[in-house]
Write a protein that binds this ligand. Sequence first.
Ligand SMILES: *Cc1c(COP(=O)(O)O)cnc(C)c1O
Length: 383
Amino acid sequence: MIKVPFNKPYTSGQESVYIEECIKTGQISGNGPYTQRVQEFMENKFACSKILLTTSCTAALEMAALLIELQPGDEVIMPSFTFVSTANAVLLRGARPVFADIEPGTLNINPTEIEKKINPRTRAVIVVHYAGAACNMDEIMRIAGENDLKVIEDAAQAVNARYRDKYLGTIGDIGCYSFHATKNYTCGEGGAILINCLEQDLIQKAEFIWEKGTNRSSYLKGKVNKYEWVSVGSSYLPSEILAAFLQAQLKQLDVISGMREKIYRYYLDNLKDFAAEGLIKLPVIPQYAKSNYHIFYILFNTEDDREYVRNYLNNQGIEAVFHYLPLHTSPMGRKLGYCKGDLEVTEQAGSTLLRLPLYPHLTVYEQDYILENLRAALQEVSG
Ligand SMILES: *Cc1c(COP(=O)(O)O)cnc(C)c1O
């Protein structure tokens, strides 16, 4: 038996070199040269007018909620099939998360379901690009435009992925990235907020919120000769040490996604026969999406099948995991008045999805071991 962990963060080896430089120069607090370099690199690569590094995607989502000035009484439509931070950002402003169901193929929010939830209190939509495959952004932007709603992209999983020729996170009004250790590009804990609308005001507002409600960013650019308290804000910017780590990762941007794509395709090729037999369903990447191959998942017909295979793999030392426990059926979701039965596709995905290990240095030997055991488990399920 060999042990295959669910995730192993990729490192290029340059991380410690860059961090060493921070230590030598003494520039270890935030918004220094590494932060500037990383932000500019991403602004150019992803074609975005303003990107600010944050301590997490959670922090970026909280900044987004502050930026669009969510108020108690406001409603924000989002999937329930997501991580808790998407909803917490809205709740922290006293506004209400309104959950819409997902599409069965991509597990992304269903535009038709968004339309059904719109009412005069609706202020915004938060879309989640699940597994790094784009939501149907043309439809979503059309619906938002017609109803005067802000669009926030929770692109935590979608750094370096595209919708047609646009990078995810750059299409809505605001985008949010994660650089958590489980994501494709990481600095341990980190994130970024992307400000896409060309209103200079919004960019400045974001910089104030980011720098604890001060105009320190303007001061650093030499625009003012002292910095002072100018708005509400908090501490959302990461240390230079984290920015230095991230710089090393971003230099390998396409190398990393290329390594992941190879592993993803190997899974697909080796599982298509089981899908043809109807034993499992494989992930769907729509024509309009260029994935970054963040997650490889399979869907079973029943929760019992999923649990059987998961336990089988776990017992063979393979860390296969499930998610998400839908937000609307969780204890907090129930407190908000939602209940089981509200969102059929979401609940089905939550109970039948299994994620397989996927990280750049997963070897062919390990992947063959996973597939061999998966085949054996599937045979038992079907027999
Ligand atoms: C990982 C993730 C987050 C949270 O990211 P952090 O950087 O850990 O705060 C938010 N939303 C989604 C969809 C995620 O996958």
